[in-house]
Design a protein around this ligand. Structure first.
Ligand code: SF4
Length: 433
């Protein structure tokens, strides 16, 4: 009989990566590999990598080198976006055994299978099924890849062109999540608003079909980041938010609120488009909309930065800003632009926007003090304090809850507010039944 082969998966980066690591995990188990909780003692260590910033790449290489120092005998695989875009860098600096990217993911499982467990060749074909990352929220990747070529980004190279799951397959995933007892499903996609462009359908059609089939099941759909292209898609999003099927929370990667900067980034919309888009949501009570903004993109002058700042102040309803100081990626057009902004200015601008984000979030959260909110109890944070999230993405620290409340939507009396910006939380008490 063959010795058991253990494996572990270390994930860096976004929700899509976490989701794909769960897929890897399930597929490895189905092939006969044994999961090992402690990363450093596994026979096969898979690093599902990210390439969104240079800082993350450095962290990944540090990790691979540390693992190798600790264990000369383990088999280290580096997969994911970093492996896809910069395989040579990793081979040179990473000290790993095998490098692969996103586009050859299924080959990786086959490769490991043949190398370590050659007699077990059957796959259970569970890739692309709905996989839980948290106990209370299920994630479903409905589209991968991107058809845009933003000048600062390597993700379109790492993930290739858009490939969408069929509506039937997505519906199967939703059915499974409902059967597994989930109350909420997050639809994921690198360019989610372009879902279906490759297969002759659209996100609007997908939502409509899911509502027809599951609208009365009590499940709620949360949309991950939605690119502000295909503005017509947002009309149906509004319709199904009003019906209570889609959560009242949207995250839109706007990136800048100055037209000249958007043009340099190769984003295909204008500041006027963004104002028009937000106008569509102004009548939805207590909706939470957040944006991503990059500060110090090459050529962004102080005047353009303040244009972004002033436009963000006018943009309503806006409840938070995720701020990223620009970091040049190798082999992107933006890396070669001559007018790079110095680090001090990039950080200074980021601090100004983070302070604005804190004000926006605080003002949004404050509306709920002394009210009762319904929220999904998710996990214990510490000392019998549980974290709960509302459909409009308000985070609450709850006293008076216990394990039995997890994965239930409960009523919470809100008493106060604590923290700053991304760590801002309401505090509340579980209302007795
Ligand atoms: S839309 Fe732009 S930033 Fe987003 S993944 Fe595609 S190329 Fe990258």
């Amino acid at each position: 009989m063959q010795n058991k082969i253990t494996f572990s998966i270390i994930t860096f980066g976004c929700k899509i990566n976490q989701y794909e690591s769960n897929e890897f995990f399930a597929e490895m188990v189905s092939r006969g590999f044994c999961p090992e909780n402690e990363d450093s003692i596994a026979d096969v260590i898979i690093i599902n990598s990210c390439s969104v910033t240079n800082k993350t790449e450095k962290k990944i290489l540090k990790k691979t080198r540390k693992l190798r120092r600790e264990r000369s005998d383990c088999y280290i695989v580096l997969a994911g976006c970093f492996g896809e875009v910069y395989p040579e860098d990793i081979k040179k600096k990473g000290n790993v055994d095998y490098v692969t990217g996103n586009l050859k993911r299924s080959n990786l499982i086959e490769f490991l299978n043949n190398r370590f467990l050659p007699e077990i060749i059957e796959s259970s074909n569970i890739l692309s099924s709905c996989v839980a990352i948290k106990r209370t929220r299920s994630f479903l990747k409905v589209t991968d890849g991107c058809n845009n070529k933003c000048t600062y980004c390597v993700i379109w190279k790492a993930r290739g062109k858009i490939i969408s799951e069929s509506i039937e397959k997505v519906a199967l995933g939703v059915r499974k999540a409902i059967d597994d007892g989930f109350k909420e499903i997050v639809l994921l996609g690198t360019q989610l608003s372009c879902y279906g462009n490759d297969i002759g359908t659209s996100l609007s059609v997908l939502i409509e079909k899911l509502y027809d089939e599951f609208g009365s099941s009590g499940i709620m759909i949360r949309l991950s980041s939605l690119e502000p292209v295909q503005i017509n898609i947002f009309q149906s999003v509004i319709e199904y938010i009003r019906k209570g099927f889609i959560c009242r929370h949207l995250h839109i990667p706007v990136q800048s609120m100055a037209d000249s900067v958007l043009k340099g980034m190769h984003r295909n919309y204008s500041v006027a488009d963004i104002f028009e888009l937000f106008e569509m949501f102004k009548d939805i009570p207590k909706i939470s909309i957040g944006v991503d903004i990059i500060t110090g993109f090459p050529g962004e002058t102080e005047t353009e930065f303040f244009e972004t700042l002033e436009n963000l102040k006018k943009l309503k309803p806006l409840s938070y800003i995720h701020v990223f100081p620009f970091s040049p990626k190798k082999d992107t057009p933006a890396e070669t632009y001559s007018e790079q902004v110095n680090g001090k200015d990039k950080k200074g601008r980021a601090t100004i926007l983070n302070d604005l984000s804190d004000q926006l979030r605080r003002s949004f959260y404050s509306k709920f003090i002394n009210t009762t909110l319904e929220a999904l109890i998710e996990e214990m944070k510490k000392d019998d304090i549980y974290e709960a999230t509302t459909d409009n993405f308000v985070k609450i620290l709850v006293r008076g809850a216990s394990e039995k409340n997890i994965n239930k939507i409960e009523k919470i009396e809100i008493v106060d507010i604590t923290g700053y910006n991304t760590s801002l939380r309401l505090t509340g008490l579980l209302r007795p039944e």
